[in-house]
Design a protein around this ligand. Structure first.
Ligand code: BDR
Length: 317
């Protein structure tokens, strides 16, 4: 089985991505590490435990990591994911924080990768703070990782939080910079524009969430809050293409589960703008080898939608 380690700031699409990994028969989830982002770190931890409970997989270890960016500030995406990160749907039986492991997420990332050299693929769907801290504490983990899959950044300078800032990279530009420059393993990046170009139709979405399973009901409930934006006239800020449903984090997860879902990539060096007046947090694609960086990332450009839809469907079965 493929060993996956998942780092999340569990909002709605992170929840969806976790469910996708759980439903994949070829995947063993080694752990889920939490980082502040879409919502506060405590909420992120609770959300992950809640998702695992819905999937009857509370055996998967969950670790608490960084609450704020490397520089110490934080932004949340409550307007979209709800204040609690999962659409503010009351759940009296939601687990508390008791289920969280004692070990810090950054230590867990380092330990798991070091103990399984060449075997672990890491999927990161939130701000990259935990990963940046882990590689700074132990630079050798970069060479021991099988592959890294990131949802974040942009490929055409287009943001969803600021003009040029995609949420995950903008939430911790230094963290993103460190990861893009110090993780030298094979790295796939699913950017904001890429995700928007691979939307699912609302008709598809309706069939999916109304398929009648416990997991589909859960997805339907937690997405209801964000749909008031994504499905209405008030389009989500920075949406790149026309109407449709987009679960950004699920594209990075789909690639990790089945690399053949990725049909085309742009292979180039990438970095992140950490200064700038207008473009802090923007991912930079170096198409002219200006940075003289040997390490090239695989910026995802096209998805096999049939395969992707299958993985999405399986995740709510
Ligand atoms: C990313 O930002 C978050 O709000 C989503 O969970 C996704 O990871 C999209 O820009």
């Amino acid at each position: 089985k493929k060993k996956l380690l998942i780092d999340v700031d569990c909002g709605t699409d992170d929840a969806q991505a976790i469910m996708m990994a759980i439903s994949a028969p070829n995947v063993k989830i080694m752990g889920i590490t939490c980082v502040g982002g879409n919502t506060s770190l405590d909420n992120v931890c609770k959300n992950v435990l809640r998702v695992l409970k819905v999937c009857d997989r509370s055996d998967i270890p969950v670790y608490k990591g960084a609450s704020k960016s490397i520089l110490g500030d934080s932004i949340h995406a409550s307007y979209f994911h709800g204040v609690d990160g999962l659409g503010d749907v009351p759940d009296p039986n939601a687990p508390g924080l008791e289920g969280i492991q004692k070990e810090h997420a950054v230590d867990a990332i380092r330990r798991l990768i070091s103990k399984n050299p060449g075997e672990i693929a890491l999927v990161a769907t939130g701000p990259l703070t935990n990963l940046a801290l882990a590689v700074k504490m132990d630079p050798t983990i970069s060479g021991k990782l099988k592959c890294l899959y990131i949802m974040g950044g942009n490929m055409e300078s287009r943001g969803n939080t600021t003009a040029c800032g995609e949420f995950n990279f903008l939430a911790d530009p230094e963290g993103a910079y460190i990861v893009c420059n110090e993780f030298l393993c094979k790295t796939y990046i699913a950017t904001w524009e890429f995700a928007c170009r691979h939307k699912l139709s609302w008709e598809w979405y309706d069939n999916w969430v109304n398929s009648g399973t416990k997991k589909a009901d859960f997805i339907k409930k937690i997405y209801a809050h964000s749909l008031q934006y994504s499905r209405s006239e008030k389009e989500v800020k920075g949406m790149v293409t026309g109407p449709g449903f987009v679960s950004c984090d699920s594209y990075a997860m789909a690639a990790a589960i089945d690399e053949s879902t990725v049909k085309d990539v742009i292979e180039c060096a990438v970095t992140v703008e950490t200064g700038g007046r207008f473009a802090r947090g923007m991912m930079v694609l170096d198409m002219i080898d200006d940075l003289k960086k040997e390490h090239k990332a695989l910026v995802m450009n096209k998805v096999d939608m049939e395969k992707f839809e299958r993985l999405m469907k399986d995740s709510v079965k």
